[in-house]
Design a protein. Structure first.
Length: 352
């Protein structure tokens, strides 16, 4: 397999639109890297430049140590799986998987060997004679993956491959993709706008916004130590609570409560960040309290999300499913001070 390097890569389209801006990122050999961000952040453009489907305006893209800016797409030894399966409806599963290999003039025995091996891994053995119209969405997605696998590329590129599947099937396919990555021991670069996919799939994730990579790291690290307010708000569901506060030494005072920060930031005001799951019904002398004026509650499977306000600030809390919550009541909650975040208001940069 291979490593991939984006070295100060920029992509400008006609009209001066910058889709990717000075992107530097190293993807390790056999790593599962996820590019995540909202629509229009440049993640798919970055993938298309790596695939050779878009030209690079500035910078270099390397596969291993080889610069591939001017290498034709078909010679980059990569395989790409798109959101749309792009299967030929008149061809069988076998023929769809074999099409690219036949175009290369590969021998029949080698084609059959590769397809048999891929079908075994993807559990497509019994479906090779069927046509795409007779397959479920998940099966068609596996055929698209198989078509990429049989090429035995150095790098797999996956552009929102699960977004058209229903929620249950997406969960199943996430598990299948993790298993496939381990079996192939290959380099995967995966694009998604879904932060749940990013957190569950990636060895590391790169969070993008407006063509810029804002933070790169293992999912847990990005979740627990976001570099700025955008990353903090984008990664995690429900989103982090952001509360304007004034600072007096270590005391952060909001409109409806005050809390002692672990360290004294050298600013007079800022934005306090509290994740909904860090508000707890367990009250102790170590944790400051808030009184949440309940607006509404949402039960989602094992979780209960309570929406309300403290003073002038809207607050979301993630509480025990067994806790009975009613509109208009005041709910006492403790704040886990060890898990607080603090951001500089003008820049959004994390301070604590």
């Amino acid at each position: 397999m291979a490593s991939v390097t984006f070295d100060h890569v920029t992509k400008q389209f006609s009209g001066g639109v910058t889709a990717v801006n000075d992107m530097s990122l190293e993807v390790k050999d056999t790593e599962f890297m996820v590019l995540v961000g909202p629509s229009g952040c440049g993640k798919s453009t970055a993938l298309r430049m790596l695939a050779g489907l878009e030209d690079v305006s500035e910078g270099e893209i390397k596969i291993d140590e080889h610069v591939v800016n001017d290498v034709p797409s078909q010679n980059r030894d990569i395989a790409m799986v798109f959101q749309a399966y792009a299967l030929y409806p008149h061809m069988s599963v076998f023929d769809n998987m074999a099409f690219g290999l036949r175009m290369q003039g590969m021998a029949r025995d080698e084609i059959e060997r590769r397809i048999t091996a891929a079908a075994d891994i993807l559990e497509l053995d019994l479906l090779l004679k069927r046509k795409p119209g007779k397959l479920s969405g998940g099966q068609r997605q596996r055929v698209a993956l198989g078509r990429a696998m049989v090429r035995e590329p150095q790098v797999f590129l996956l552009d929102e491959p699960l977004s058209s599947l229903d929620a249950k099937l997406r969960l199943h396919m996430r598990v299948e993709l993790q298993k496939l990555h381990r079996k192939l021991n290959a380099t995967f670069i995966y694009v998604t706008h879904d932060q749940v996919e990013a957190l569950t799939l990636g060895d590391r994730i790169a969070v993008m916004r407006d063509g810029v990579v804002l933070q790169v790291g293992p999912p847990r690290q990005v979740y627990e130590k976001p570099a700025n307010m955008f990353v903090a708000g984008f990664i995690g569901s429900p989103s982090m609570n952001f509360i304007p506060v004034t600072i007096d030494r270590r005391t952060a005072t909001a409109s409806g409560f005050a809390v002692e920060l672990p360290l004294a930031p050298r600013v007079e005001s800022g934005i306090l960040g509290i994740r909904p799951e860090d508000l707890t019904e367990r009250i102790s002398s170590n944790n400051p309290e808030i009184n949440l004026q309940v607006d509404t509650a949402e039960i989602l499977g094992p979780d209960q999300f309570v929406y309300g306000s403290v003073g002038d600030d809207a607050i979301t809390a993630r509480v025990n499913l067994n806790l009975r919550v009613h509109h208009g009541e005041r709910l006492r909650l403790g704040i886990d001070v060890q898990r607080l975040h603090f951001f500089d208001a003008p820049t959004g940069r994390a301070i604590l």
